[in-house]
Design a protein around this ligand. Structure first.
Ligand SMILES: Cc1ncc(COP(=O)(O)O)c(C=O)c1O
Length: 397
């Protein structure tokens, strides 16, 4: 693609006006929104207002007056629209790991004796949490090879968008197979929400979790969400049965009575600062058509894939739908990513050899990504990444 072609795409981009809603530093092409989204101005303003007015002046009264107590369900309703769920089928709580534990534990308790299943190349926390659940429940944990089916009756955790390859699973086909095998699928929507079309209701998906800090731009450590289809929730008792998931927290009764619906999957006090930032970030999605975000992310990823391939890198290609990121394999991927970062192109590295670049369609332009492709070519042809200074690793890669 030529710069002129990228400029033509940028002029026709219906999502382009959203760029102004983000506060991105000058000189940076941010290709890591699949890891930590960029800050929406609305979220930064909400944090200032919350600390200056709601917390400082309102004090404890703000739980009622500023509606903090209802925020997990109110913000959940905004996410529900992005995943094809009903407005009262999503609650914001904790992080993905804790939510997987709660949902997996509830499904195990509902039908004792069933196995847990997860692919051996699934995101590590999904595997670790199931490992922990297996340890305390005695359930068998089955690690699946690529393409292998879970055993009949299992609780099966699966990402809709794979964190390395960005391959998108067929949610409806998986749910049809699950109905035949008697399995319950818990979808991990972390890399899907806010970038690709997800229609849980149409696909027959009943359970899901996902994080708030990637394409939803909720900020570092933003709380996660949990989706349970309305007709399933009342049969489930979750193991972290805290007061915020009880029917009447301020009755101070000693007997736990779960709240109706998905709210029973809340546990303790919600992190209001982070939750308010996430809620404000979610307001940006009002009126946004996820078919447009999916198509734009695809196009942006294609531009960058073409540049990397022309520079001699080996892309990880997927058949069919792709999520919002692309990946290349290279034994010195870490150093290459570091060299790119010093030139303003921020991506990330996933051990042992994967360079990942995310294409958040709300704030990236076609020309940004075209220019980032030129930087990638230059870093590869100049081999500047061989400088030993690029090999020093921090705790987060
Ligand atoms: C697929 C997937 N699941 C879960 C997580 C993180 O879970 P948690 O919110 O517990 O940190 C990530 C983080 O990158 C992820 O990519």
């Amino acid at each position: 693609m030529t710069r002129e072609e990228a400029e033509a795409l940028a002029r026709a981009d219906i999502l382009a006006p959203l760029r102004a809603a983000f506060d991105l530093p000058a000189g940076v092409c941010y290709l890591d929104g699949n890891s930590l989204g960029a800050p929406p101005r609305a979220a930064l303003a909400r944090l200032r207002d919350l600390s200056e007015r709601e917390w400082r002046v309102g004090l404890v009264r703000a739980w009622n007056d500023a509606g903090w107590i209802d925020l997990p369900m109110r913000a959940g309703a905004r996410i529900a629209r992005l995943i094809g769920a009903g407005p009262d089928e999503v609650v914001i709580a904790d992080n993905v790991s804790a939510n997987l534990f709660k949902l997996g534990g509830a499904l195990l308790a509902a039908k004792p004796g069933r196995a847990l299943a997860v692919a051996a190349d699934e995101f590590p926390t999904d595997q670790y949490v199931l490992d922990g659940l297996a340890g305390i429940s005695g359930a068998r944990l089955v690690r699946l090879a690529p393409g292998e089916d879970p055993p009949a009756g299992a609780v099966f955790v699966k990402s809709l968008v794979h964190y390395r390859t960005a391959a998108v699973a067929d949610m409806a086909a998986e749910e049809r197979a699950a109905a035949q095998r008697g399995t319950d699928v818990i979808w991990d929507l972390s890399h899907a929400t806010g970038v690709i079309v997800v229609d849980a209701a149409a696909a027959g998906a009943r359970f899901a979790v996902g994080c708030g800090y990637k394409y939803l731009n909720g900020g570092p450590g933003a709380p996660a969400f949990i989706y349970v289809r309305g007709d399933e929730a009342s049969a489930l008792r979750q193991p972290l049965s805290g007061w915020m998931g009880s029917a009447a927290p301020f009755d101070f009764s000693s007997a736990y009575e779960p709240a109706p619906g998905v709210r029973r999957f809340a546990s303790g006090t919600p992190p209001i600062l982070s939750l308010a930032a996430l809620d404000a970030a979610l307001s940006l999605f009002e009126g946004v058509d996820l078919r447009a975000t999916e198509a734009k992310a695809r196009r942006l990823g294609d531009i960058f894939l073409a540049a990397g391939t022309a520079a001699g890198l080996s892309p990880i290609l997927v058949e069919g739908r792709r999520g919002g990121h692309v990946a290349f394999r290279h034994p010195d991927g870490f150093a290459i990513v570091q060299a790119l970062i010093t030139r303003g192109v921020i991506g990330d590295f996933r051990a042992p050899d994967i360079m990942r670049f995310g294409f958040s369609p709300l704030y990236l332009s076609y020309t940004d990504v075209w220019s980032a492709g030129e930087v990638l070519r230059d870093v590869m042809t100049s081999a500047v990444w061989r400088d030993p200074k690029f090999a020093a690793r921090g705790a987060v890669t």
